[in-house]
Design a protein around this ligand. Structure first.
Ligand SMILES: C[S@@+](CC[C@H](N)C(=O)[O-])C[C@H]1O[C@@H](n2cnc3c(N)ncnc32)[C@H](O)[C@@H]1O
Length: 228
């Protein structure tokens, strides 16, 4: 498990969405999840609260963010909204089965250190989702390693295997920092999600316009739609 420090968690709270490399994955998520009016949604790996607030802006009646990092949970205390709740979790989720209409894990599966952890996370989300509920996973396109993106980057490495550690530089001027991520192929996500019972499809969203670097050429993310 990568342990974000208080400083890094604070920088994470300032990353934003618009005009960042993260934007394309979130736009694709909006297309997949659609209008969330009257829906109760789980934000798995909610970090400093960015994605929970995004889900709320999509109309959700209630968003519950869960995270295992205390520094990230502490950042969410700055957000006051009765429709949002943040809970520190360990390996199991403190919710009944069939609780949520939908779920999102944004930039979380790159942090899981083993296929066993990926399976534990996926089976817990499967358990708490209602039948027919959609779980969206935004994570690295395996072809994005070594690309030059605006908001974060990985060194080029053509010989990566599943589970290899890949240092990720989060770019934020003088507050930039490096975290440990892990490399997985799309087949790894697909296999694990199907094993726990999801039906899986994937998209690789590109962007257009002069304001981007490699984002318009090689999708930074794969966005996985997993249906219970
Ligand atoms: C890169 S941050 C993304 C935060 C947020 N989803 C966003 O996009 O702004 C990933 C978060 O997932 C959390 N995380 C990673 N693995 C987890 C796990 N197995 N259980 C709970 N939280 C996890 C980390 O602590 C971190 O806060």
């Amino acid at each position: 498990m990568y342990k974000y420090s208080d400083n890094n968690a604070q920088t994470y709270s300032q990353l934003g969405i618009k005009g960042t490399t993260y934007e394309s994955g979130f736009n694709e998520t909006k297309k997949i999840l659609g209008d969330l009016t009257n829906k109760k949604v789980l934000d798995f790996g909610s970090g400093a609260g960015r994605t929970a607030q995004l889900l709320l802006s999509m109309g959700a009646e209630k968003v519950v963010g869960v995270d295992h990092n205390q520094s990230m949970i502490d950042q969410t205390k700055k957000i006051q909204n009765e429709k949002l709740e943040f809970v520190k979790v360990d390996s199991t989720l403190p919710f009944e089965e069939n609780t949520f209409d939908g779920a999102l894990a944004a930039h979380v599966f790159v942090e899981v250190i083993s296929l066993d952890e990926m399976k534990q996370v996926s089976s817990e989300v499967f358990r708490v989702l209602k039948p027919g509920g959609i779980f969206v996973i935004i994570t690295n396109n395996s072809k994005s390693i070594g690309m030059n993106y605006l908001s974060y980057g990985y060194s080029k490495n053509d010989n990566l295997k599943s589970g290899d550690k890949i240092p990720c530089t989060i770019k934020k001027g003088k507050d930039s920092f490096v975290i440990d991520d892990y490399f997985w192929f799309e087949e790894d996500y697909q296999k694990v999600l199907e094993e726990v019972g999801f039906k899986v499809s994937m998209t690789f969203p590109l962007v257009s316009g002069d304001e981007w670097l490699d984002e318009s050429r090689v999708a930074s993310h794969v966005v996985v739609k997993a249906v219970k």
